[in-house]
Design a protein around this ligand. Structure first.
Ligand code: AFP
Length: 301
């Protein structure tokens, strides 16, 4: 069954379904950029984004695809993306949705041809709504298959792109299983004490380390195999590296809707009201058991 038919069958709100379908259709163009980059058709120039990081040409290219497409279709009122330092307001929009996008997560892995992804959250109104108020979240994973994982009110479902660029249903009602994978971001030498003790506890319990450098790919693995991903606050960067709006919230919604949980170590990330678009947060995301245990460690130490 194709995504369009699935959303209709699930009685997804018509306007929301239109936004999801439009965003998913952009994946084909993003993929064209990978090929063009490999053929050096996209300038190899590097610039800095507002976080002072290297911003690859492909980051900007993917950003443009989503922003220009949304401007043209006027399907949403406002857009915040990881590559822009301000909220983009659309003139005369057809809906009131606010969209948060990380157009190309893990882009530093492009040159070595590892999995990267697009992460999207859809808010009913403001892009600065708390994560729990998002009405839908989705991510596209560009791997051996291009897959779309979406949560829009009726569970978490996965689709795969066919030869014609259409997404067909691959797995319905995904639930995060129990599992023993851990994906630990940041340098061990910088771990804060409670985090270090919790990681040692996971290792002693036989958790296997799997960390690729692409948040979307690593969390995707956890969604299917269980365990926990973390990019904690660490010495010198107590707020961590990942962004609340563009990375933590949408992926957090998907994992939570699949029966898992997400925390900043103290409280559920989805309950945090963002104050600014470039807000960072420590991230723990995965099985309920693992998330409860880090919160216990943080409380007791
Ligand atoms: P890029 O999009 O710049 O590659 O950053 C990816 C990311 O934000 C996230 O996807 C990874 O989990 C994390 O950074 C990896 O960070 P380290 O390079 O510090 O391991």
């Amino acid at each position: 069954m194709y995504l369009k038919d699935f959303l209709a069958q699930e009685k997804t709100d018509k306007n929301l379904a239109e936004v999801i379908l439009f965003l998913s259709s952009q994946a084909q163009d993003v993929k064209k950029g990978f090929l063009a980059a490999a053929r050096n058709a996209i300038a190899d120039e590097k610039t800095k984004n507002m976080y002072g990081e290297e911003q690859m040409a492909l980051d900007k290219y993917a950003d443009g695809i989503f922003i220009n497409g949304l401007k043209k279709t006027r399907l949403v009122r406002s857009i915040a993306t990881e590559e822009q330092d301000h909220i983009i307001e659309i003139e005369n929009p057809k809906n009131d949705f606010g969209i948060v996008i990380d157009p190309l997560d893990g882009s530093s892995l492009i040159d070595v041809n590892l999995c990267v992804g697009t992460i999207i959250g859809i808010c009913k109104g403001s892009v600065l709504d708390a994560g729990k108020d998002m009405i839908a979240a989705m991510y596209i994973l560009y791997g051996p298959l291009t897959t779309l994982t979406v949560s829009a009110g009726s569970g978490v479902h996965e689709f795969a792109m066919d030869e014609a660029g259409e997404f067909f249903l691959r797995q319905r009602d995904i639930r995060i299983p129990e599992g023993k994978i851990y994906a630990p971001g940041a340098l061990r030498k910088d771990y804060l004490p409670a985090h270090a003790q919790w990681i040692a506890r996971l290792e002693a319990a036989g958790y296997k380390l799997r960390f690729s450098g692409s948040f979307v790919a690593d969390v995707h693995q956890i969604l299917h195999k269980g365990g926990v991903f973390t990019y904690p606050g660490f010495a010198g960067k107590e707020k961590g590296k990942l962004r609340l709006l563009f990375e933590a919230n949408p992926m957090g919604k998907i994992i939570t809707d699949a029966g898992g949980a997400t925390s900043n170590g103290k409280t559920a990330i989805l309950s945090v009201k963002p104050e600014k678009i470039d807000q960072r947060t420590p991230v723990y995301i995965g099985g309920k058991k693992e998330i409860a245990s880090i919160e216990t460690f943080m409380r007791e130490r």
